[in-house]
Design a binder for this molecule. Structure first.
Ligand SMILES: [Zn+2]
Length: 127
């Protein structure tokens, strides 16, 4: 389960960062995942809920946003989203990326990253 190991890394990095802010309670963790990570948001949410059980951020919820990928073409200077044909096997294979303008092989500039975008924290006393 790929999502579990990704989430495990994110959660431990998060807890490390929050270590010195004990009086804050994390309410929501927002993360962004690139579409080329092929991570399932529901699997990420499940892994998150399991991983935070006995931690300082227990009870927090996770919001996953998928970021569209972006390519840059060295031949015709196209910068923008990837366009690929709707093939039934798409989710099983890594798609072949080509420039929608000229068809040559572009560079993937975003779409493979998993990042923590922001945290919603509440002060413990507010409860
Ligand atoms: Zn091109």
């Amino acid at each position: 389960m790929h999502e579990y190991s990704i989430m495990s890394q994110l959660v431990s990095a998060l807890i490390e960062e929050l270590d010195e802010k004990h009086n804050y309670k994390v309410k929501t963790v927002h993360i962004e995942v690139g579409e080329f990570t092929f991570l399932e948001p529901s699997a990420l949410e499940f892994a998150f809920s399991v991983l935070i059980k006995d931690t300082v951020i227990k009870g927090a919820s996770l919001e996953v946003k998928t970021i569209r990928s972006k390519i840059e073409c060295g031949d015709c200077s196209y910068i923008g989203p990837v366009k690929y044909s709707e093939e039934p096997a798409f989710h099983l294979n890594i798609p072949i990326i080509s420039c929608p303008e000229c068809g040559s092989k572009p560079t993937l500039i975003s779409g493979k990253e998993t990042i923590i975008r922001n945290l919603t924290v509440t002060e413990e006393d507010d409860e």
